[in-house]
Design a protein around this ligand. Structure first.
Ligand code: GUN
Ligand code: ZN
Length: 442
């Protein structure tokens, strides 16, 4: 394939920004370009320099004056909940029982799983998200549908079958042995195939017996390069229920610690109502707390205390948590993150937001060698952002005086309409996503 030059105003991060305009933390190239060959980035730099490096038959995609960034990364969401976003009126446990545990039973049907998986991947791409870590349903066929849809689009995706053997309807329960066997088989089929990464996924302490968490620990020990994902400390009733089910544990975090689940591959959704002791355990083990602002507001769960995570040295990531989360857009997610932190007197600077969406989340997932920045050798997963995509944004942008301001406008006013293009391993994908694609009704 011939070289591709993606031209625009290039922004990529080198480290976590410290302060409002830490210009050492990022590279911004006004007339920049990314040279792509065979799905990878050969070089990122000034357009004039990139032109000299490119083959004579290079194709140029000129996106000026739009911004060119690494594709967004979503560290936690649920693909079977795509059609359950906006389920009214309940907090976590009631919401799960009333809506989610009904919806997820549909994924028993491989045809349904395939349909939703396709829509899910296209929705991510339409929003500029090129990698995500998602829960599938308890049914192995939902995992096959998920990775098949990701593979068809060439996407680097993390996912796994939820294991749940109690406190759920019969149609959604496995057993400790079945959860172990099915996970093992799915890891064998999918983990490391193309760009697929498997996540061992006990849903949370409430829906797993001690035997199932024990077997999850065995899976983690046997597959140390797989991710692990679960939920922690999202809601007061959930915490009371979980700790009552595991009376020997010091606290909710200790439940997972006792079964050997806390490693630097562990992604813990929510982590809202945590003691200093618990956050310190995450810091010691390298486990990642995942901040899901639209979800935490929608379910009335609480406010993630980012400053305490930073002060205690614990890692954190950001995520949509669709379908408790209300939007696939990581721009809208960061808009809500800003407000959640603001309510607590904490600041989220525009550069910090875009660091989190890209390199920050890539580091949290341990994938920064491949994704999250536009370094030579990285996968060519790229988003092109138009800060004037909506009339109100165009009008607001006439007053914008800096890159930081433009980023903040994108985050505060933007959504999928601002995603002018998205590349997966160097392939243009926007025209292939919702609503351009024609779907059967379902
Ligand atoms: N805790 C256990 N399962 C879920 C889920 O599907 N969504 C959210 N937000 N929290 C959970
Ligand atoms: Zn979740």
């Amino acid at each position: 394939m011939s070289d591709l030059i993606i031209r625009g105003r290039v922004l990529t991060f080198l480290s976590e920004p410290q302060g409002i305009d830490d210009s050492g933390a990022y590279r911004y190239i006004e007339d920049g370009a990314v040279l792509v060959r065979d799905g990878r980035i050969v070089e990122t730099g000034d357009h004039a320099d990139i032109l000299r490096l490119a083959g004579a038959d290079a194709r140029v995609a000129d996106h000026r004056p739009n911004l060119v960034l690494p594709g967004f990364i979503d560290a936690h969401l649920h693909f079977p909940q795509t059609q359950a976003i906006a389920s009214y009126g309940a907090q976590l446990l009631e919401w799960l029982n009333t809506y989610i545990f009904v919806e997820e039973q549909r994924f028993q049907d491989p045809g349904h799983a395939a349909l939703v998986a396709g829509r899910f991947m296209d929705e991510l791409l339409a929003n500029g998200t090129t990698t995500a870590a998602a829960y599938c349903s308890v049914h192995p066929q939902s995992v096959d549908a998920y990775f098949t849809a990701a593979e068809a689009r060439g996407m680097r995706m993390i996912g796994g079958k939820v294991m749940m053997d109690r406190n759920a309807p019969e149609g959604l329960r496995d057993t400790p042995q079945q959860g172990y066997d099915e996970t093992k088989r799915l890891i064998g089929t999918w983990h490391g195939r193309g760009r697929a990464h498997y996540a061992i996924s006990p849903r949370f302490a409430i829906t797993s017996t001690p035997e199932q968490l024990e077997m999850s620990g065995a899976l983690v020990a046997e597959h140390p390069d797989c991710h692990i994902q679960t939920h922690l400390s999202e809601n007061h009733d959930e915490i009371a229920f979980a700790t009552a089910l595991y009376p020997e544990a010091k606290d909710y975090t200790d439940i997972y610690a006792r079964y050997g689940l806390l490693t630097d591959r562990m992604l813990l959704g929510h982590c809202i109502h945590m003691s200093d002791r618990e956050i310190s355990v995450l810091a010691e083990t390298g486990a990642v707390g995942v901040f899901c602002p639209t979800s935490n507001l929608f379910l009335g769960s609480g406010l993630f205390d980012r400053d305490r995570f930073d002060r205690l040295g614990a890692r954190w990531a950001v995520a949509s948590d669709v379908g408790a989360g209300t939007s696939f857009s990581m721009l809208e997610t960061m808009d809500e993150a800003y407000k959640v932190l603001h309510l607590q007197g904490q600041r989220l600077t525009p550069f910090s937001s875009f660091y989190r969406l890209t390199l920050g989340n890539a580091r949290a997932l341990g994938l920064d060698a491949h994704i999250g920045s536009l370094h030579a050798g990285a996968d060519a997963d790229i988003v092109v952002l138009d800060a004037r995509a909506k009339p109100a944004m165009e009008f607001r942008m006439r007053r914008a005086a800096s890159l930081a301001e433009e980023l903040f406008i994108l985050q505060t006013m933007g959504d999928d309409r601002c995603v002018a293009e998205v590349y997966v391993a160097g392939a243009e994908m926007k025209a292939k996503t919702v609503p351009a694609r024609v779907y059967e009704t379902a």
